[in-house]
Design a binder for this molecule. Structure first.
Ligand code: SF4
Length: 506
């Protein structure tokens, strides 16, 4: 039975045997059986982290003509406030109009916990439909309905005949998983179950034979370019540029896609992932149910990876020769432009923190530029990353690998020992390194360029400037302190990682 026939997707711990706990080196990792779940015990001490609502909301808040209705405690939707700038800029740049994230909450309280929140949810859906007349109402469940047993799918089915909007139940109960990448599956799951049916009026339109032939040809050259918010418009444009150079048309999916147009993803000739951490769940569904083949292997970050990514797409359409010409020209121009930047990077040590595939692909990119990768902290581990670890191991000396759902105490300990010249992490995750006086750069910002050949140059240019003057963080470190005692920095970084048997790693 397909996962999509069930109300909820499985969590990634079960579906992919993904895990969040490992401390060691790349060589240690390589000696383990492929796809193994590492030391996925618990940490004896852990610090707070995010839940899957944050990436889930980032995806669904972007959908035009939609209302996001968080069914849970009032605080569950608060990350939307931090995401709103992206939504405003993203919709303006794509659709030519500024749109705020439109989110409501059922604000469940103590009384609802005892009496149940389904009536409140039903009334809220009707009110959202009456007030905003949206194309879709996305009902996102947080922890509370999961704990008290509210049936959001049942409520959606009951209310659906009474409202115009399509109701999408999305399961993001935070307590169910520690791997927040499950959020991508949760959103894709609901899109797959509710939005991929071609509207009847389109299916019944009578078109002449020539028009029909043209449409078939267009579809045979159209690719789904998957983006779950990890690329800003500037990066989408770079990949569109490369795909168009091959003569392909591009359907970007699912961020900022209109719910009523999403069925078009089922008609493409191919789906292309831009990050294997994000898309496998949905790409397999598109393939199994609608026969759309897919490529999910490389992330187009860095020179080698962008070329591999483009070659895979070209090979599918039999356009290898054309691709080689494009790659040769792009790489020649890029290498010439990088010449003046590279001397500044030679031998500089870098530590990278991000979702697993992005961290590794960025590591490969920085190694191409001349940096030495001394450490990588990935938020989880699964089998898709093996290929990227292999590339990095072949290019770089042995380095530290920390698989952790953040855990800044391990990061602080590692940074004190490894003393990198540069730290790349998410904008909210660069504080520890900054306070230690290390130069930092954001690994992801939707306003900046990271992807494709252009991304290589742009990140090189930014890092060149950053490393020219590292005074700010050095000064910062003289005036602020991290909350750890000096004694912690002398300890084994991974002393709190327990193995499956409950023993502490040696
Ligand atoms: S879903 Fe659960 S873990 Fe996530 S913000 Fe809400 S209460 Fe917290």
């Amino acid at each position: 039975m397909s996962y999509f026939e069930q109300k909820e997707p499985p969590k990634r711990e079960d579906r992919l045997k993904a895990c969040i706990t490992f401390g060691g080196t790349i060589c240690g990792l390589a000696n383990r059986p492929k796809g193994s779940c590492l030391d996925d015990g618990e940490r004896g001490f852990t610090q707070g982290s995010i839940c899957l609502l944050l990436p889930g909301l980032a995806m669904i808040n972007s959908l035009p003509d939609s209302v996001v209705l968080v069914h849970g405690a009032i605080g569950c939707g608060s990350s939307t406030h931090g995401q709103n700038a992206n939504i405003r800029v993203g919709s303006n740049i794509r659709q030519g109009k500024v749109k705020d994230a439109l989110w409501l909450s059922t604000a469940l309280n103590e009384s609802d916990v005892i009496n149940g929140g389904e009536d409140k949810l039903e009334a809220a859906i009707q009110e959202a439909d009456r007030r905003y007349r949206p194309s879709s109402i996305i009902v996102v469940a947080g922890c509370v309905p999961g704990i008290i047993g509210d049936d959001i799918d049942g409520v959606a089915a009951r209310v659906q005949p009474q409202v115009n909007a399509t109701i999408l139940p999305v399961h993001c109960e935070g307590f169910k998983t520690k791997i927040w990448a499950t959020a991508y599956d949760a959103v894709y799951h609901s899109i797959g179950r509710n939005l991929l049916k071609e509207p009847k009026e389109y299916g019944n339109v009578v078109v002449d034979e020539l028009e029909e032939l043209k449409e078939k040809q267009r579809r045979s050259r159209t690719v789904n370019l998957m983006n779950v918010t990890s690329m800003g418009r500037v990066d989408e444009l770079e990949l569109e540029r490369l795909l168009r150079a091959l003569g392909l048309e591009v359907n970007i999916f699912p961020v900022f896609a209109h719910p009523e147009e999403m069925y078009k993803a089922t008609q493409a000739a191919l789906s292309i992932s831009t990050c294997p951490t994000h898309d496998d769940y949905f790409l397999k569904h598109l393939h199994e149910k609608y026969g759309v083949p897919y490529i999910i292997k490389h992330m187009p970050i860095g020179i080698e990876n962008t070329s591999l990514w483009l070659r895979d797409v070209a090979a599918f359409f039999g356009l290898e020769e054309q691709a080689e010409k494009i790659i040769a020209e792009e790489v020649r121009e890029l290498e010439a432009a990088l010449e003046e930047l590279k001397p500044a990077f030679a031998g500089k040590k870098v530590f990278i923190s991000a979702g697993e595939f992005r961290a590794l692909a960025t590591g490969n990119q920085l190694a191409e530029l001349g940096f030495e990768v001394v450490g990588i902290r990935s938020f989880h581990h699964d089998e898709f990353a093996e290929v990227e670890y292999e590339k990095l191991a072949a290019r770089n000396k042995d380095f530290v690998v920390d698989i952790a759902n953040v855990q800044p105490f391990e990061e602080a300990n590692l940074l004190k020992k490894l003393k990198p010249d540069l730290f790349l992490g998410h904008h909210a995750g660069n504080g520890t390194a900054s306070k230690l006086g290390i130069a930092t750069h954001v690994i992801y910002n939707t306003g900046l360029s990271y992807i494709g050949y252009q991304g290589v140059y742009e990140i090189g240019r930014r890092l060149y400037r950053q490393l020219k003057n590292t005074t700010f963080n050095k000064k910062l470190s003289k005036h602020v302190r991290l909350p750890y005692k000096e004694q912690w920095y002398q300890e084994d970084t991974f002393k709190y990682i327990n193995s499956r048997g409950g023993e502490v790693n040696e």
